[in-house]
Design a binder for this molecule. Structure first.
Ligand SMILES: Nc1ncnc2c1ncn2[C@@H]1O[C@H](COP(=O)(O)OP(=O)(O)OP(=O)(O)O)[C@@H](O)[C@H]1O
Length: 401
């Protein structure tokens, strides 16, 4: 839809936020409520956004679940209007050249909680991947895209086991059951989540291929690789508890309720092992550092002006705070600990994100590993990061509400 088009006399299109296989998502201005929102329009005229909005309606109220404002029809297209959110995890990961282990574990925990919430409301998501987790206000991670979600509790009973089902979701993150046509259940959302965590840690999955998306051949090639890989290989370079969680998830029966608390305990065990105490996500650390650098610069400039004999103090203008990406998102959480990180050695078998390595000391794995001497986040070029983060700021408009 063209910019400035007004949908149903109410929603002014401000620009496109994203495009998926099912819908196009636009940033819109609600002329009645006078706030910016996101509008998802069904591009296939199949009414899928109406189905999605009814699922969203059923699960309203949970933390990290986008608020549903409206849904309707424009000629033969259906649409729904939801809360406007920020970039997805993969966008942020790319911009920061990877996440620290601390951030990945914090994200893991939030994503798990979203999935648990959905499961306790009788739905399975069926398309878990980094692109479905969006950063929202106060750094709450939101789960989006319920386009192929499904109710697994019908009349109070778990749906029945079935084979020869058609596949659903995204090939790279699909569970083995999905590949072999077994009906998806709660365990498959968690298996996809584990692939997502491996992706966030290593920067790639071993089976990502150059084949075209949705290509039948791609599903076959990836399935062959997924089935052949040993758990040790998949989790090479990762904290050992992640492999244990994966083994547990794969042991779940079709209708078994996952033990989310066990997974959460394992995440905490990793945090304890690596002495990770901070609850601050990587982009917040950057923002904070940038703020203090800017403050120092302003103070230095003021001192210079004063020493030149001028009596008027230069005000700290908004201009001086350039590049404070996402500063409008939320007030900063309390600073809990130091974010200095040790140097470490790690084997880096596939596109491992270097940022992960901050805060991680896997010295027992170090013999074949390459040395990465990084003191997060200085090794990332500051200008580059803030140029990237500023791009995101274009999407973040929470302050406009
Ligand atoms: N509420 C929102 N606020 C901001 N951006 C959003 C919002 N919802 C979706 N997006 C953006 O639009 C993209 C596509 O949205 P969504 O996943 O809902 O569409 P889809 O067609 O179902 O996608 P897929 O083909 O991946 O299933 C998201 O990855 C995200 O970048």
């Amino acid at each position: 839809m063209e910019k400035n088009t007004i949908v149903n006399d109410r929603y002014k299109i401000l620009g496109q936020l994203g495009k998926g296989g099912f819908g196009q998502v636009y940033k819109v201005h609600d002329l009645v409520k006078k706030i910016n929102l996101a509008m998802k329009v069904d591009i296939n005229s199949r009414g899928s956004t109406l189905v999605e909005s009814s699922i969203l309606q059923d699960i309203q109220g949970g933390e990290g679940i986008p608020k549903l404002y409206d849904s309707g029809k424009i000629q033969d297209l259906t649409y729904m209007v939801i809360e406007l959110l920020g970039p997805h995890l993969n966008m942020m990961r790319k911009s920061l050249n990877g996440f620290s282990l601390n951030t990945i574990l914090l994200l893991f925990s939030q994503c798990l909680t979203r999935i648990e919430y959905l499961h306790t409301h009788d739905y399975i998501h069926r398309d878990i991947k980094p692109q479905q987790f969006l950063i929202g206000p106060k750094d709450v991670i939101y789960l989006v895209d319920y386009g192929i979600s499904k109710k697994y509790i019908i009349d109070g009973r778990h749906m029945s086991f079935q084979s020869q089902c058609s596949r659903a979701g995204s090939c790279s993150y699909a569970s083995i059951n999905c590949h072999i046509g077994i009906r998806l259940s709660r365990r498959d959302d968690l298996e996809s989540l584990m692939y997502m965590i491996v992706f966030l840690i290593r920067g790639a999955l071993p089976w990502q291929t150059k084949a075209k998306a949705n290509d039948n051949r791609k599903w076959q090639v990836i399935f062959a690789q997924k089935r052949a890989i040993l758990d040790e290989e998949l989790f090479n370079g990762c904290p050992k508890q992640l492999q244990q969680i994966f083994v547990y998830v794969k042991s779940l029966k079709f209708d078994e309720k996952p033990n989310y608390a066990y997974i959460r305990d394992m995440i905490q065990t990793i945090r304890n092992e690596f002495s990770l105490k901070s609850k601050m996500l990587d982009w917040k650390i950057l923002e904070r550092r940038h703020k203090s650098l800017d403050k120092r610069k302003t103070e230095e400039e003021n001192t210079k002006i004063l020493s030149k004999g001028k009596t008027t103090k230069k005000k700290c203008s908004k201009k001086n705070n350039r590049g404070l990406a996402m500063a409008t998102l939320t007030s900063l959480p309390a600073h809990e600990d130091s974010h200095e990180v040790p140097h470490l050695r790690l084997p880096l078998p596939i596109g491992t994100s270097k940022t992960l390595l901050s805060g991680l000391d896997l010295s027992s794995n170090s013999s074949k590993g390459e040395t990465v001497k990084n003191s997060f986040p200085e090794f990332i070029h500051r200008k580059h990061i803030f140029r990237e983060l500023n791009k995101f700021r274009m999407l973040f408009t929470f302050s406009e509400r």
